[in-house]
Write a protein that binds this ligand. Structure first.
Ligand code: AMP
Length: 213
């Protein structure tokens, strides 16, 4: 076996059906952030990863989430928060491509489309919700008929930007709607004290991976 036959992903604990999906995208070996985070995310740890766009960070969280989801698919299984419309669509696309064999339902909530339409999609129990904080908080306070109480994963993409003042109130609304038992996965260009020590989002200190290159 050589490094291009998927062995490295298998060694991280990734199942053959996902390795096949990666191969269909021409991806044969993990990037450093994937090597650094996937095993511990699969083991149930919280994680803070220092990562830029283009590092492969989306698959670093999407692969373990989808592998776990495949064992018992239901919606809403994971919530991903991100600060921009463009990133939300990029992340949603990457989940959809990898999750094709699961007939994965992904819902993007950004405020870029009609709120009623988004409400309808949320009520259909998507497996994965990728959202900008403001619009998701609007749906929560508007008493929409969707339930975030059973999510297993909360992902904060570009966590440093999300923890900036402008999103504080929205994040509080969202975090209050989530179960206490869940895995928190944070990715950030820089790991600031706001990210590490946020009172809004206490991390499991005894089971926390902090990764940077
Ligand atoms: P990111 O925005 O950091 O998630 O990076 C996204 C881009 O990296 C996408 O175009 C992916 O297809 C690509 N990518 C993710 N993982 C790998 C990998 N292991 N090898 C090569 N490209 C990858």
């Amino acid at each position: 076996m050589n490094e291009n036959d998927g062995k490295e992903f298998a060694e991280l604990g990734i199942k053959p059906w996902l390795i096949k999906q990666l191969f269909s995208l021409g991806i044969r070996s993990p990037t450093p952030i994937q090597k650094g985070c996937i095993q511990q995310i699969l083991a149930g740890d919280d994680c803070i990863g220092a990562a830029k766009t283009g590092s492969g960070k989306t698959f670093a969280f999407a692969l373990p989430i989808l592998q776990h989801l495949a064992e018992d698919p239901y919606g809403i299984f994971a919530l991903v928060l991100t600060p921009t419309h463009e990133l939300a669509y990029q992340i949603g696309d990457q989940f959809s491509i990898l999750g094709q064999p699961l007939k994965l339902r992904v819902c993007i909530v950004t405020g870029g489309s009609d709120q009623l339409e988004e409400s309808l999609k949320l009520s259909k129990r998507p497996h994965i919700v990728v959202a900008m904080p403001g619009r998701l908080a609007d749906h929560i306070t508007g008493c929409d008929t969707f339930n975030l109480k059973k999510i297993k994963y909360l992902v904060l993409d570009e966590a440093d930007r999300l923890f900036s003042e402008s999103f504080q109130d929205d994040l509080e609304t969202i975090f209050n709607a989530l179960p206490a038992q869940r895995q928190n996965l944070l990715f950030s260009a820089t790991i600031t004290d706001d990210v590490k020590e946020s009172k809004l989002l206490p991390l499991k200190k005894d089971k926390l991976l902090t990764w940077s290159e």
